[in-house]
Design a protein around this ligand. Structure first.
Ligand SMILES: Cc1cc2nc3c(=O)[nH]c(=O)nc-3n(C[C@H](O)[C@H](O)[C@H](O)COP(=O)(O)O)c2cc1C
Length: 291
């Protein structure tokens, strides 16, 4: 068990939160992550009907806390009723934790707080963090330039971003972006974060609904195999890398720079057990350096 303000507020054993990922963060994966003591997330980008279906799948597989993800900027469709329907569905289904991503925190926060939710918000700069705190967000997720998916134009790396955010706000901070193993977890905590937001590592799990091509591409990736696509494409495995491994394929796959560290497909429980069990080895290693 790793106890921080984040694990206490969210009612989870370990402060490890599944990142919302379109095409990946479905019910079965979210439930497996929650059952393993972390926090599973169902993403809302699949449309209202399927979103409700996936929440129900997750709820049928776990009694532990679950989160939902509302990525404003990625969808850019807040004028559409269906997007607001996803918010009402999450509330009606009794979900108590919402992650707002990459957008104006004021758009949604009143409705989510009114419904009694704990609200997390993803951002990529100190300014985003201050605005989120002012809006009434409970926990800020500092998502560095390393992160897979929705990359910010600012591209601040986590080593610079996380401690500056921690110093600038009072609410707890979670670090997101290429946290793959216990070394990343310890580093996040050392920078003052109180939890981690994990995407890419969970794609390459047995329970993940990602395609075999996506999973294998992550296993083959190296540190420099990703690039940031223009527009809202975000960080994904670069075209040249995909061409190398799948010459017939004309598409890309979202992944963070940490993909190069993902060397095996594990079960979700193995991923989380590695984070937690290897934590002490990493700490002992660090302590052994001090004479
Ligand atoms: C395949 C993929 C899809 C993603 N889709 C979304 C999304 O729908 N909404 C969102 O807020 N962020 C999305 N992201 C970003 C993640 O929520 C998170 O910021 C990122 O995965 C963390 O970095 P990591 O992948 O290096 O662990 C996506 C990321 C990936 C890799």
């Amino acid at each position: 068990m790793i106890k921080t303000r984040v694990s206490e507020m969210l009612g989870i054993e370990h402060p490890i939160i599944e990142a919302g990922m379109t095409g990946v963060s479905f019910g079965k994966l979210a439930a497996a992550i929650s059952n393993a003591g972390a926090l599973g997330t169902v993403v809302s980008t699949m449309g209202a009907h399927n979103f409700q279906k996936e929440i129900r799948i997750a709820k049928s597989l776990t009694k532990k806390p679950l989160a939902v993800n509302f990525p404003h900027l990625v969808m850019r469709t807040w004028e559409k009723q269906e997007m607001w329907d996803t918010v009402e569905i999450a509330i009606d289904e009794g979900i108590k934790i919402a992650v707002m991503a990459a957008g104006d925190p004021y758009i949604l926060i009143n409705r989510l707080k009114e419904a009694g939710m704990i609200v997390l918000h993803v951002g990529a700069t100190v300014q985003h963090a201050i605005k989120a705190q002012e809006a009434g967000v409970d926990i800020f997720i500092a998502n560095g330039a390393e992160a897979g998916g929705g990359a910010s134009k600012e591209q601040v790396g986590n080593l610079a971003l996380a401690p500056q955010v921690v110093d600038a706000i009072d609410i707890p901070v979670i670090l997101g972006g290429s946290v793959i193993d216990a070394r990343g977890l310890v580093a996040a905590l050392a920078l003052g974060a109180e939890g981690i937001y994990v995407g890419t590592r969970f794609i390459a799990t047995h329970e993940s609904p990602a395609s075999e091509e996506h999973k294998q591409a992550i296993l083959l990736a190296k540190d420099d195999s990703t690039s940031v696509q223009p527009g809202i494409g975000g960080r994904s495995l670069s075209k040249s890398f995909i061409q190398e491994i799948y010459p017939q394929l004309n598409r890309s796959f979202g992944a963070g720079q940490g993909a190069g560290l993902v060397r095996e497909i594990f079960s979700v429980k193995e991923v989380i057990d590695h984070f937690v069990q290897d934590f002490e080895d990493v700490m002992e290693n660090i302590y052994s350096l001090k004479i």
